[in-house]
Design a protein around this ligand. Structure first.
Ligand SMILES: C[S@@+](CC[C@H](N)C(=O)[O-])C[C@H]1O[C@@H](n2cnc3c(N)ncnc32)[C@H](O)[C@@H]1O
Length: 288
């Protein structure tokens, strides 16, 4: 006959087995999630700029019918209000502003509340077409298509506009390091001697799976707006203080302010609350 096992030991063994089972379930779920993401990513267009234009064309034509994941919900939403307040306190709002990577122009329009004129620019002609048709006849607001990582495009715009401020939301984190540095150089050209940049970028710690899980993805189900983004868009990265100091080195830039932020997304489920992505914001000025 075997020795009786004390209750405390039995409880610990059951607890360990439970933990192991939970760990195995989690690992299996992760495998399923990775497989789903890989399958969704298969048909992404190869060239990043093509991806953006294809995405915006799909949205306009209705073949991409899910809400756009980063569209801050409601024109009066809290996130945009926070950006406007910070910009009003830290930038010369008598200068115009360029909304770099403006997408459908929803935030460009809000920028007209504090800046005398707003130019939304985007690499995707289809985004600019959508922005132009949605936000017609708004005094001081215009849009155009250009690749902001191209030095010649930025230099031409700088000559045309003189010193401006720049607003960037959610563009650096989808670019590789080299293109981030080029975008920062373009921004320097646009700011001239008196402009400043305000940037806000997603800054999720822990890699792609944390990002996906944070927005409700599991091995069994990926919410529609997220599924659409995975299948049609460049893979997002994170952009925090470390990435910012590489793209905006201290020998060329003065950091005016920085901090954590929250980037609001559309609800992941119809009728649900908006999602939140941990983010990073900063205001910088070029050194003379
Ligand atoms: C994640 S979306 C953010 C849109 C908008 N800023 C917002 O927050 O609603 C990124 C946008 O940047 C644009 N973009 C990406 N690379 C760009 C580039 N090199 N020059 C200009 N726009 C770019 C994309 O077309 C896309 O509309």
């Amino acid at each position: 006959m075997s020795e009786p096992v004390p209750a405390a030991t039995r409880g610990a063994a059951t607890g360990r087995a439970g933990l192991r089972r939970a760990g195995l379930r989690r690992a299996a779920d992760t495998l399923r999630l990775v497989a789903r993401v890989a399958a969704l990513s298969l048909h992404r267009p190869r060239r990043p700029d093509r991806r953006w234009d294809d995405f915006w064309r799909g949205v306009s034509e209705g073949s991409l019918g899910e809400p756009i994941i980063w569209d801050a919900p409601g024109a009066g939403n809290e996130e945009v209000r926070h950006h406007l307040q910070a910009m009003a306190g830290l930038m010369d709002t008598s200068l115009p502003v360029v909304d770099l990577g403006c997408g459908n122009g929803a935030i460009s329009r809000r920028l007209t509340e504090i800046f005398p004129s707003v130019l939304g620019v985007d690499v995707a002609p289809a985004a600019v077409a959508a922005a132009q048709s949605t936000h017609r006849h708004i005094p001081g607001l215009s849009f155009r298509s250009l690749d902001a990582t191209q030095p010649a495009a930025a230099a031409g715009l700088a000559r045309e506009l003189g010193d401006v401020n720049v607003f960037v939301r959610g563009v650096f984190h989808v670019l590789g390091r080299r293109r981030q540095a080029r975008l920062a150089n373009s921004i320097k050209a646009l700011l001239g001697a008196t402009g400043r940049i305000y940037l806000v970028e997603t800054n999720v710690q822990g890699g792609a799976l944390s990002y996906l899980r944070g927005l409700g993805a599991t091995g069994n189900r990926i919410p529609g707006p997220l599924r659409q983004a995975i299948s049609a868009l460049p893979k997002p990265g994170h952009f925090g203080a470390g990435q910012r100091s590489r793209a905006f080195p201290a020998r060329h830039w003065t950091l005016i302010a920085e901090g954590p932020a929250v980037l609001k997304t559309v609800p992941m489920e119809a009728g649900g609350p908006p999602g939140s992505i941990p983010a990073y914001w900063a205001v910088l000025a070029p050194r003379a």
